[in-house]
Each structure stands twice: as C-alpha cells, then as structure tokens.
Write a protein that binds this ligand. Structure first.
Ligand SMILES: Nc1nc2c(c(=O)[nH]1)N[C@H]1C(S)=C(S)[C@@H](COP(=O)(O)O)O[C@H]1N2
Ligand SMILES: [Mo]
Length: 302
C-alpha cells in the first residue's frame, strides 16, 4: 500500500494506562469473571492485540453535541451534568416495563472489561477499555416480548445542564436504535466506565451504549429511555441527513460517505504525527457480526 499502514498496534503505542491492560491481566480478569463460550472467546481473542488509547485521549476528544459541537466542548462543559440520581425508563414490548435506577438495572449483572475499537463516521478512531454489561442481559431482565423487532434509545433532555441543547444544532433529544438481533449480540455493551473508573460525563455518564462494529454515532450516550418496538425507530443522524447516515451505519471501508472516503481513518493520540490505518470491515468484528447481515445489500442498507 502507498503509505505507512499499520495493521497492528505496537509497543510504541503503549501508554502508562495501557500497561495496566496487558494481556496477562486481561486473561486473569476473564478467568475471575468466568468468561467462557465461543463467541465471547473469539471477541476476546481479537482484542488481545489491541492497545487502548490513554485516558486523556479518550476523555478530551469527544463528540457529545449536548455540550457543544467542538471536540473539546464536552470535557469543558459536561462537569455540570447531574448523573446521580439517574433513572431509565424501559417500556414498549416488554413484560416488565418501568422506571429503574441504574443500580436496579445492573443488579445481579457482572461488570466486565471490554477493549474495543471505536470508529467515528468522521474517519478517526481510538481503542477504548470499557467497563459494562451486555445489553442483552438488561433486555432479558426486562422480558422482551415475541413481537419486538427493534430497540430505541433516548438521551437525557435537560437544557439547564446541557448547554448544547439550548441551540438548534440537532433536534433534541438525541435518539438511536438497533435491530433486536444487533441489540442482543454479545458484543453490544451498556458501558458504565472506562479504565475501571465510573463513566466520565463527557463520555456519556452514567450509562451509554457501545456498538463496536458501527460508526460511533450509534453509541448513544447518557441514556434515559429504552423502548422495545416492532418498527424501525427514528435515529438522530438519519433524520438530519438520510443520504449521509443510514440506520445501520456499520463500519464499512468499501462504502464511502458521500463527502469523504471511509477506506482509512486517523488514529487519535500519538502526538503531532497522527497515523492513518486502513479501516476494517465491521471495524474488525466481521467474524462475529457478518452473519447478522447475510443477504443484505450493504450499499443500499448502509
Ligand atoms: N447523546 C449523544 N450521544 C452521542 C453523541 C452525541 O452527540 N450525543 N455523539 C456520538 C458520536 S458522533 C460519537 S463518535 C460518539 C463519541 O463517543 P466518545 O466521546 O465517548 O468517544 O458518541 C456518540 N453518541
Ligand atoms: Mo462520531
């Protein structure tokens, strides 16, 4: 290839925080958490090679329009957000609808560590060591009814604490959605922390979605509502510009954004000389998720 591709991160990328996440500790953590099973096993095998970005990178370069559209705005403005108490309404096609505290929602579930690639549609990427639970465990507690086909998510609307919501930059509140099988996939996380610390406000405290094979905007932050439905729910960026942002928004190096290539991305971190990397199909999770889209035209259903 024409210019300095790096397929694997090397020791040069290791940060002090990353040293904490060396393979032995990850394996020890997996053993302690009793992680087993073929899908979880393969997901963890794939992330052995990943070296996370620094806590500083992950918490200072953000997209969270509720706090402003600049990459530094969330870190500067999100300190004002009250994240405790926090309630999440679970409704729609579930057996146990209701409004729950985060603690109630997580009760009985083990918080796991998951190191995932994170790829923004704007063609930059990081690697983030999330803590969280599988969304499917929360949905199973809610009791998904047989006619449910999609899951809709909504972010907090609180303009007193979210200065970006006083501006019409995008329609509020931020909403997102997944097909039910995507939501039930074991890679799909409800994240409650980063690097073993509670979720920083700028990253979507107290709880946010992480769908590592999709563009970052699908990973909706600071969730207050989860609705099971039989219809494809509206999603913020698709509503704003359906030609540029599809409902699926799976990471795909072969399907360009109308205004830029998605074949490669900028790697956040590493100082002045930012590297580029080739973007991987489904952001490197093809083995785990390609079967969800068997028979679909990924150019049409982008
Ligand atoms: N509520 C809400 N969720 C959001 C966004 C947002 O503006 N508001 N931005 C999205 C986009 S475009 C990206 S790339 C990721 C960024 O997550 P990070 O700041 O933790 O890296 O959050 C996504 N979730
Ligand atoms: Mo993004």
């Amino acid at each position: 290839m024409a210019y300095g591709w790096k397929n694997k991160l090397t020791a040069a990328d290791v940060t002090p925080e990353a040293a904490f996440w060396n393979r032995r500790q990850i394996m020890a953590g997996m053993a302690a958490a009793g992680v087993a099973g073929s899908i979880a096993g393969s997901a963890f095998a794939a992330q052995d090679a990943l070296v996370p970005n620094s806590f500083e990178d992950i918490t200072s370069y953000n997209n969270f329009y509720e706090f402003g559209t600049g990459k530094g705005d969330p870190a500067a403005n999100a300190g004002s957000l009250t994240t405790d108490p926090w309630e999440i309404t679970v409704d729609g096609l579930v057996d146990n609808p209701g409004t729950y505290s985060v603690a109630e929602l997580l009760d009985g579930l083990d918080i796991e560590e998951r190191i995932y690639r994170f790829r923004c549609v704007e063609a930059w990427a990081m690697v983030v060591p999330w803590n969280g639970v599988e969304l499917r465990d929360i949905l199973q507690k809610a009791g998904v009814q047989s006619d449910a086909k999609y899951v809709a998510f909504e972010t907090l609307y609180r303009p007193e604490e979210m200065p970006g919501q006083r501006l019409p930059s995008i329609p509020w509140p931020y909403v997102e959605g997944l097909r039910l099988d995507e939501a039930m996939h074991p890679l799909t996380l409800m994240a409650t922390g980063i690097y073993g610390k509670p979720m920083p406000n700028q990253n979507g405290a107290p709880i946010r979605l992480v769908v590592p094979w999709k563009y970052g905007f699908k990973s909706i932050k600071s969730i207050v509502k989860i609705t099971l439905t039989d219809r494809e729910p509206p999603t913020s960026w698709n509503t704003i510009n359906a030609r540029e942002y599809g409902f699926y928004s799976n990471v795909n190096p072969d399907v360009d954004h109308p205004r830029w290539s998605q074949a490669s991305h900028r790697v956040i971190g590493g100082g002045l000389f930012q590297k580029r990397e080739p973007t991987l199909m489904f952001n490197g999770y093809e083995e785990e998720v390609a079967s969800l889209y068997a028979g679909m035209d990924l150019r049409k259903d982008f």
